[in-house]
Ligand binder design. Sequence first.
Ligand code: FPP
Length: 252
Amino acid sequence: MSSAAVPASKEQDRADRPLHVAIIMDGNGRWAAARGLPRAEGHRRGVEALRRVVRASRELGVLYLTIFSFSSENWSRPASEIGDLFGLLKRFIRNDLATLHRDGVRVRIIGERVGLEPDICALLNEAEELTRDNTRLNLVVAFNYGSRQEIARAAQRLAREVAQGSRDPSSIDADTLGRSLDAPDIPDPDLIIRTSGEQRLSNFLMWQAAYSEFVFVPMHWPDFDKAALESAIAEYARRERRFGGLVAKTAS
Ligand code: FPP
């Protein structure tokens, strides 16, 4: 994702609708605890919510949907829960990839791949390869992702170019760094939703969120559905986006 603005002409006629929605899918554990269920059941129901939201995003004309599925910091959870989350991702790709492909969804992955098990890497590559020409919706899965780590990786890439003599340090500005992030062709999120009432970014898309609108909803992720997405988009439509300027609603 880059910090480059989407061209105003394209954005003008859809100023009230976000092109890119990013979601922090929080509250699976609390949803489960409230029902006396194991946390794993909350995550499993979270995958069902994800399916609903992918479908709803296509129906509502969202072009990019980024989901925070496993953070760099989630490694501090018990091994059994990490196993559950990895298992769910693997099953999601194995079970849903054909449907996603049929529905025109392009799967993209952001995050650190180095150190991941080879079978997970192979599945992530397969999902990206199979769907690479799809254009209806980009489903961007932030997996083993942390924003500070992503920015550090970008800095390393640029530092390597400087060390090799192919880049002058004075050429590095915000645009250059934005273009060195994990998915520089993806526009910045217009709307970031976090469920379960927490109001923080938790190391998610910190660079890309510079001018995002935030909507925090009290419901836990497993309860999230199309109506909740529509309601967050309606809230977004009521916001005035100025991008540091005075009046404009669009990123011109
Ligand atoms: C936060 O709930 C959610 C996560 C850490 C992971 C989100 C994962 C899924 C929805 C399922 C797997 C994803 C894919 C792409 C198949 P929490 O556990 O922090 O809940 P809590 O704060 O209530 O404990």
